[in-house]
Design a protein around this ligand. Structure first.
Ligand SMILES: *Cc1c(COP(=O)(O)O)cnc(C)c1O
Length: 445
C-alpha cells in the first residue's frame, strides 16, 4: 500500500519556491517557514480525510494566503451599517480626530520647563462644561466606580436599590465590582419599586454612601417606583451620608433635540446635590474610552492620592481626544462630534441616500431595495427607544452578510427575514461612495 503522506514535499523544498523566497523579504524567514508548516499540516489533515495530494503550487498558494491573512490589519476598519450608533463591539462611537502620536506637552509646563500636571487640561474642561467643583479621569467607567468605592467605602456599606443591580455586556456586574473594591453591598427595596423609606431604614453606623445606578440596557415599566434624586440627597445629607450616582451613559445634553426622550443630564445630577457622578467617556460623551468622575472636592481630592489612580491612568491619546471632544461641547458645537452629526441626520436625507445606493446597486445587477428602518443609540443608553432611519435591503441573509464582512472596508449590517439590512444612520454621508464600492466588490462576481 502506498503512503499518501509520502506525496507531500518537504518544508525546505517548498521554501525554495521563488514566490516564498520573495515573501521572506516582506514577512521574515521565520514567518514564511511557519506558514509553510501550517499549509502542510492542513494538507495532511485533508489527506487523512481521503482528499487527493495537492501539487506544490497549491501548497505555495496556501502558504501565501496564510501570510496575507497575518498581514491584514489587526483591527480592520468597519462601515457600521447595523443601525446601532454606540456599538461596543465596533468601538462604541466614532470620535473626533485628534492626533497624539508624536511628542506633546503631556506633563510638561512649556512656560517654566518644569513638570506639569497630566490631567489638568482635561479636568479644567470637565469642570467648566459640567459645572463641577472637582473632576478626575481614569481608564473607563468601571474603573471610576471601582476607585470611588475603594477610596471611600472599603470595609463599609454602600446602599443600592434592588432595581439597579445591573449587569452590562463585557462582564460588568455591579455586585462583583462592589466586592472587588472591598465595599459591602446593602440591597434595599424590590426589583420594581424602591422607596425613600427603604434607604432611610438601611442607613446606619457603617454606611459609606448611597449609590444610585443608571438602568443601562433595560427599562422598567409597569408598577414601578424610584425615589427622586433630590429626596435621596436630602435624606443622605441629613444623616451625613454622601450620595453617588453611576450615571454610566454620560448624558450631557437634551436628547429631545434628536427626537429621543429627555433623560436627566450629568449637569442636573450635580445640581441636585449628588456628591459624585461617574460615567463613560465613550457613550453619550462620544469621546475616547475613559471613566469620568465629577463631584465635590472632599469626594474627588482623595481619589488623586489613591494608589489605584496610578494603575488606572488614561493613555495620552485618550486625554487628547477627550479634551478635543469637550472643546466642541464648550463651543456649543455638538455636531462637530461625529455621534451628534449622525443623530442630527434628517430622515429625508437618509431616505434619499438609501434610494440612491439601492439604485446604484440595481444598476450593477444586484437586487437591492431602499427600506425604512429603526436605528438605536446603543451602549445601554436609551434601551427602550428607536430612531427613524433608512437603509438598503439585500437578499441572501447570512450568506450575503458573511461576504460583506470580508469586504474592504468590512461592511457589517443586520440580518432580518433572510435579508441583509444596511442601515445608513451610523454611516456618514461622505462614506457612501466607499460603502458602494465595498458592496460592489464583495457582491459582484
Ligand atoms: C456602561 C456602564 C458602565 C461601564 O462603563 P465602561 O466605561 O464600559 O467601563 C458602568 N455603569 C453603568 C451604569 C454603565 O452604563
Amino acid at each position: 500500500m502506498v503512503n499518501p503522506l509520502a506525496g507531500l514535499p518537504a518544508v525546505h523544498r517548498l521554501l525554495a519556491d521563488e514566490k516564498l523566497q520573495q515573501a521572506r523579504e516582506l514577512h521574515g524567514a521565520a514567518a514564511v517557514r511557519a506558514a509553510v508548516r501550517e499549509a502542510l499540516s492542513a494538507a495532511r489533515q485533508r489527506l487523512a480525510q481521503g482528499e487527493p495530494t495537492p501539487p506544490p503550487p497549491t501548497l505555495v498558494a496556501d502558504a501565501m494566503a496564510l501570510l496575507a491573512r497575518r498581514e491584514a490589519a489587526a483591527y480592520p476598519e468597519v462601515l457600521n451599517a447595523t443601525g446601532v450608533l454606540i456599538h461596543t463591539n465596533l468601538g462604541r462611537a466614532p470620535r473626533v480626530a485628534a492626533d497624539a502620536s508624536g511628542y506633546l506637552a503631556l506633563e510638561y509646563d512649556l512656560g517654566t520647563g518644569a513638570r506639569g500636571e497630566r490631567l489638568a487640561p482635561v479636568v479644567d474642561r470637565l469642570n467648566r462644561y459640567f459645572g463641577a467643583e472637582a473632576a478626575t479621569v481614569v481608564t473607563n467607567n468601571a474603573a471610576a466606580l471601582m476607585l470611588l468605592l475603594a477610596a471611600h467605602a472599603a470595609g463599609r456599606e454602600v446602599i443600592v436599590s434592588r432595581g439597579e443591580l445591573i449587569e452590562i455586556g463585557g462582564s460588568f456586574r455591579l455586585p462583583e465590582i462592589m466586592a472587588a473594591s472591598g465595599a459591602h453591598l446593602v440591597e434595599v427595596g424590590c426589583t420594581n419599586r424602591t422607596h425613600p423609606e427603604d434607604y432611610a431604614r438601611a442607613v446606619g453606623e457603617g454606611t459609606a454612601a448611597i449609590l444610585v445606578v443608571h438602568r443601562s440596557n433595560f427599562h422598567l415599566q409597569g408598577f414601578v417606583a424610584t425615589p427622586e434624586l433630590r429626596d435621596l440627597v436630602k435624606l443622605g445629607h441629613a444623616r451625613g451620608v454622601p450620595v453617588w450616582v453611576d450615571e454610566g451613559s454620560g448624558c450631557h445634553l437634551d436628547l429631545a433635540r434628536y427626537g429621543l426622550r429627555r433623560e436627566p443630564t450629568v449637569q442636573e445630577i450635580l445640581a441636585a446635590g449628588a456628591d459624585a457622578v461617574v460615567f463613560s467617556g465613550d457613550k453619550l460623551l462620544a469621546g475616547p474610552q475613559a471613566g469620568v468622575l465629577l463631584g465635590n472636592n472632599s469626594t474627588i481630592a482623595p481619589l488623586r492620592r489613591h494608589p489605584l489612580r496610578r494603575a488606572l491612568r488614561p493613555d495620552k491619546s485618550a486625554l487628547v481626544a477627550l479634551a478635543a471632544t469637550l472643546d466642541a461641547y464648550l463651543a456649543g458645537r455638538p455636531e462637530a462630534v461625529p455621534l451628534y452629526r449622525l443623530l442630527a441626520l434628517p430622515e429625508a436625507g437618509l431616505r434619499a441616500r438609501a434610494r440612491r445606493l439601492a439604485r446604484r446597486l440595481r444598476e450593477a445587477g444586484l437586487p437591492a431595495e431602499a427600506a425604512a428602518t429603526r436605528a438605536v443609540l446603543g451602549g445601554g443608553t436609551t434601551p427602550d427607544q428607536t430612531l427613524p432611519s433608512w437603509g438598503v435591503a439585500l437578499p441572501g441573509g447570512d450568506v450575503t452578510a458573511a461576504r460583506l464582512r470580508k469586504a474592504t472596508p468590512a461592511v457589517v449590517g443586520r440580518v432580518e427575514d433572510n435579508k441583509v439590512v444596511l442601515d445608513l444612520r451610523a454611516v456618514l454621508p461622505e462614506q457612501d461612495r466607499r460603502l458602494l464600492h465595498a458592496l460592489l466588490a464583495a457582491l459582484r462576481g
